[in-house]
Design a protein around this ligand. Sequence first.
Ligand code: ATP
Ligand code: MG
Length: 721
Amino acid sequence: MNVTSIIESLNDAQRQAVTAPSQAMLVLAGAGSGKTRVLVHRIAWQIQVEGVEAHSILAVTFTNKAAKEMRVRIETLLKVPTHSLWIGTFHGIAHRLLRRHAKQAKLPETFQVMDSGDQLRVIKRLLNTLNLDDSKWPPRELQWFINAQKDEGIRARHMLESPDLHHRQMLTIYRAYEELCDRSGLVDFAELLLRGHELLRDNQDVLDFYQQRFRQVHVDEFQDTNTIQYAWLRLLTDGKDNLFVVGDDDQSIYGWRGAKIENIYSFQKHYPNHQVIKLEQNYRSTGTILKAANQIISNNSGRMGKELWTDAGEGDPCSLYAAFNEQDEAYFVVERIRSWVNEGGLRSDAAILYRSNAQSRQFEEKLMATATPYRVYGGLRFFDRAEIKNALAYLRLIANRNDDASFERVINTPTRGIGAKAIDDIRIIARDQSLSLWASAIVLINQRTMSARATNALIGFLELIKGLATQADGLELYEKVKLVVEKSGLTELYQKEKMEKGEEKVENLEELVNAARLFDFDQENEEGMGELDMFLTHAALESGDSQADDFEDCVQLMTIHSAKGLEFKLVFLVGMEENLFPSQQSVDDVSRLEEERRLCYVGMTRAMQQLYLSYAESRRLYGRESYPRPSRFLREIPSELIQEVRMRATVSRPVTAIQPKPAYLKTTGTYKLGQSVSHVKFGEGVVLQIEGSGAQERVQINFKQVGVKWLMLAFAKLDVL
Ligand code: ATP
Ligand code: MG
């Protein structure tokens, strides 16, 4: 028995948690203290020492990436594969249960999972059929509303009719949305969880089975579970005290999506025999990084209070870079990464973390320009691209003719002469007769009300899908994908598109065939599920976790949210500006601001050796130019822990980087872009733009004290610093 290897690399508190007899347990500890490590070692311990079968263990983590990593770590410890061990995200596991028990969950066997883009499209279509104006009923708001209800376990039928007209209408839409999804066999992400919960709650035999099966249930990142996830965990472990959770209240960052920090308190109430273990030693970061992060989070109120220390050395100070604009910021970061790599560092040890996905583009461009391999997690990932979604829609329709979202997506892509009128007519029949769009199309053809041309076009489309389904029968998964890519007309469509864009799309379609070829059935194996269904579900659930070549050494780009639980030697926390981080929506709301601060804590504590923070003095984002102030979080770090990096002397600023009027821009003899200057009245600032010439020459300066101002050079008394 390989017991020593499981416990030798643990400290006392960790060992206590790992080896405790089966009981409810809460490991509450700060970042990098080994919570995930405890979970992994606990599972290995139970299998190896307690003789628990892998089959009787369930582990829930937050991302697919974390789940994969956890499995690998357990297998490394045990030196055997652990296929029968259930490790996954809440969504992934709920999906697995629903597939196994589709009938009891009142779902058709062929149900399809919609990602949030699909969901939004379904909502838009619904508004259309309900004759509601989507400027008055913004689809995104409705999506938010519907998901928020589901996250709380509330179905439309549970909601009371309200005298408020607006609320009544929302309820009507929610109800209609539920009906539409039921009719089409569509399941959104929130529905996976809710239905997964209802499946256990309403089917005693299913519940009994899983309660008996799982001797131990483990949850990582417990602070970010929402109401329905926690309710589901409670059902599974009811009366058995076998729930083992690890978490950190300071890292709760999904409150905006319904996560309930209070679940930590509820756990303590619901499992009165639980044990709490606190881990206080941080093994991840240098002393300086840890101190800086601890200082920031100490500004939050109502914390559960944990100490975190390290015996690693102080390390280097955190570095702060005040970029001239967002391009300069990207330039700086990429140059630093290049030096890191030149000095022998791995690219994959470097991460660029940002608050918002839209920030990634600048970094991507600079990385591409320097031929530095990188991977973006989240954002517009492979499976989100339009051409890929179109191909997947064909595949979905082949698998399930009632998949209305897919029907709608490809009925006229590529164009085949099916006009908006015909599509509208189909929708009306679907609404009036409660039919799927596919069935409604057949009704419409039989009504013989359309022109011969339109009828033929529609028949052509239905025949195409049926033909593809027949030909696909018996083929390998990748051959099916290839068939669709080639025969659906999509490849031809994109080949006709001009220039690189179209080419890239065709390449992406080829990549999809490749993805299908490489698809790992063993990892995803779901009982009774066809390969195609598995692949389609994978595409819907895949949150960009493994979009690029997994084995290439590449720089990691992601939002701070998706960096949760991960660690990197070199971390760049970029865009540290007011209204970006903390975000604009949070600055006036204390609880949201505190969540942003926790997010900052999460971001900083990803760093092992070196942490860079940066902000831009001018930023163009979402097509708007702004002159932000540095983030308040920067001020919360004691100055002795921070060292300001000055690149200005060495980097020549790209004049063309200034937008939006490059034609007017030029450097004057005296002042240069990015130069630090001082004004008698306004104090110190940095030159952002220079316009005009001679007596008309003026400069735009971002002053530290008073913000951005234009000054006429002829009058301004400026000193160059
Ligand atoms: P987070 O809150 O960010 O999720 P965590 O508490 O889950 O962090 P881990 O990721 O488990 O922390 O551990 C952080 C790092 O410290 C990892 O590299 C892990 O291998 C290492 N580590 C944890 N415990 C020990 C230990 N006892 N000895 C050596 N290294 C350890
Ligand atoms: Mg962890």
